[in-house]
Ligand binder design. Sequence first.
Ligand code: PGA
Length: 253
Amino acid sequence: MTVLLAANWKMNLTAAEAQHLADAYRQLADEYQAHNVSFIVCPPALYGAALQQASEGSALNWGGQASHPAEFGAHTGDISAKMLQSGGASFVIAGHSERRQNHGESDEQVAAQIQAAHNAGLTVILCVGEGLADRKAGQAENIVTTQLSAALHNITKWESVIIAYEPIWAIGTGEVASPEDIQAMHAKMAEHLTSQCGAAFVPPLLYGGSVNAGNAAEILALPDVNGALIGGASLKIDEMRAIAAHAKAIQSR
Ligand code: PGA
């Protein structure tokens, strides 16, 4: 089974830095292809062309960080799934908690984005996750399964869905959910998705939230974890190289 390592560069890097890092990812992706470790880089939209160039003839994949539900139109500052696809992207993140918080994206909007992304032929990385207050109140599983149901209620292309469980309190904070909590949530999501998508195919389940070279081995080895969505550490190629080495070691067990 392939381990998916998705890099979310967020709003970081200059154009020159992005180009340099894209080339380094290309090497890494090609080196690890034979070890069933695959890479998806989600750069700021402006740097899509650099990723497209780096991924040509390579195992490297790239995607957008968000997309508007419409194909084209008067939506200043937005980018559509159709535009990403036409620029060579194969993936797009939907429902990242920073978009839900900073841009007020609702579950309904996330569902519409996923439909548009599927219509454009992209695979979606759907982010779900609870806040700290929800976790303390024992509501984490409820929140996550509600988000899954709402975002995926009329999906037919299940093979073009990847889920990333990202507890909001663990994103960019250095706080990582415990392996027990991650495994419990992933098992719950697998059970929920099995019934929601009619059993045959359960989307890959990534964990995200302060994943780095120091904690990746333990997280990636969990039975219901198929990879990671990595923010801060994805900006450093040495960190990614170390995470990839852990992913490879798990494969050969
Ligand atoms: P982080 O971000 O690895 O910096 O916590 C993960 C994400 O938000 O996707």
